[in-house]
Design a protein around this ligand. Structure first.
Ligand code: SF4
Ligand code: SF4
Length: 405
């Protein structure tokens, strides 16, 4: 133990001189590349400091992919730090296991240091760059205000077109808002979200220099991302949330949320095929594929976000970055409202308030799409890219030959 502490102390004193050593110029790779800031930010320097200490200690080596990836490095430059920060799942295990965590003088807090750099990477790689600062402003109040503003706008549009309440229309949404208008509005916003996130993650990918991906690496990364492998804490008992007790609920609620979202996406895709390929227009029967998929997805998107919000409210304050909680909660609440208003619309589609329910639901969905590229949704995209890099990297020879991987 004393020997370990001496090693960690040596690493701590080494890391105090690290910012100067770590100053380096790194460049965007590929076409349209832009140079990044030469020096580490304060947040990145903190990750470099704790990684130097962890590299001497290595107690947490089996917890997640971050630690074996760390052992392949002796120094931590900007690209390495951005990669490791996005590889971290913020499970909290290494905070509760750490003998050097606060109040120890080394104050090692890996999840918090990683969380601060993660949001900075979204901002740095964002496209268009000017919108990158939205990651730090995209909070609960903004999400709710956007949803309320858009819903109000659509409610007023319905009111002016003939009234909020009407004779039952048998769920004929297109009698209220024409199909082509909806397809154009939502297609444009969703297309922009995909483009913005795609450009951002491509910049990240080029900068972390991942190398060529084999089929096995892609399959492993997809498997790890879809199973949320590292939210099991590396031992299968789960991660930490409120304290040092393990819980699998974060993993379960993430699964409800992710697969709920994917089922809703599948419902929309199948409905689009029905419309354009089969010439069948909505409303679809309750037992049709789009409605069944949407209902199952909607239920998942109620349970998952509600559970994640409950865990978020009980989260140990040292595990993450308190400044990001509004962004997390804004996204969670918008997902929940999207599902709640969608299921309410399904239940009331044959009634006289269908137009009102439809306007509210569309306003919430539009708010979700508008905030998607500059909010918490980005973490799934960047984390999947980091997992793929790790799957590629672990198949390459370890030049240091110091780690156990
Ligand atoms: S988090 Fe703490 S216990 Fe874990 S490797 Fe780092 S210094 Fe060691
Ligand atoms: S918080 Fe969890 S995922 Fe992140 S480095 Fe620590 S053990 Fe790994």
């Amino acid at each position: 133990m004393k020997q370990l502490e001496a090693l960690a102390r040596e690493a701590q004193s080494f890391s105090e001189s690290a910012p100067a050593m770590a100053e380096q110029t790194i460049h965007w790779h590929g076409r349209n590349a832009k140079p990044q800031s030469a020096a580490l930010t304060d947040g990145e320097a903190e990750v470099a400091r704790v990684m130097q200490i962890c590299n001497a200690c290595r107690y947490c080596e089996g917890f997640c992919a971050v630690f074996p990836a760390m052992t392949r490095r002796l120094e931590f430059g900007k690209a390495d730090i951005n990669y490791l920060a996005n590889l971290c799942h913020n499970c909290g295990a290494c905070l509760h296991a750490c003998q050097y965590a606060p109040p120890h003088e080394f104050a090692v807090n890996v999840p918090q240091a990683m969380a601060r750099v993660r949001v900075q990477t979204y901002t740095d790689y964002a496209w268009p760059a000017a919108l990158g600062t939205l990651y730090k402003r995209n909070g609960l109040a903004l999400s709710l205000a956007t949803a309320a503003g858009l819903a109000l706008f659509l409610v007023l549009a319905v009111l002016m077109a003939g009234g909020l309440f009407h004779a039952p229309m048998a769920g004929n949404f297109y009698a209220v808002f024409p199909h082509n208008t909806l397809a154009l509005m939502f297609g444009a916003v969703f297309g922009f979200a995909v483009l913005a996130l795609g450009v951002g993650v491509t910049r990240f990918w080029r900068n972390v220099s991942p190398g060529a991906a084999s089929g096995a690496a892609v399959a492993e990364a997809a498997h790890d991302a879809l199973r949320l492998r590292y939210l099991d804490g590396g031992h299968g008992k789960g991660c930490n949330n409120a304290d040092d007790a393990f819980t699998l609920w974060r993993r379960r609620f993430h699964h409800f949320t992710f697969y709920g979202f994917m089922l809703c996406f599948a419902a929309t895709s199948v409905a689009t095929l029905y419309h354009y390929l089969l010439g069948q227009q909505a409303p679809y029967p309750f037992l049709s594929a789009p409605v069944l998929l949407g209902t199952a997805g909607g239920i998942g998107l109620l349970i998952g976000p509600a559970g994640l919000l409950w865990l978020n409210l009980r989260r140990h304050p040292l595990q993450g970055d308190a400044a990001q909680k509004p962004m997390d909660r804004g996204f969670i609440v918008l997902l929940f409202l999207t599902s709640a208003t969608g299921l309410a619309l399904l239940a009331g589609r044959d009634g006289g308030a269908m137009a009102l329910l439809l306007a509210i639901h569309l306003g919430v969905v539009m708010a979700l799409f508008l905030t998607l590229p500059y909010g918490k949704f980005a973490h799934g995209i960047y984390r999947s890219a980091a997992l793929l890099k790790w799957s590629i990297e672990k198949r390459q020879p370890n030049k240091l030959q110091l780690g156990s991987d």
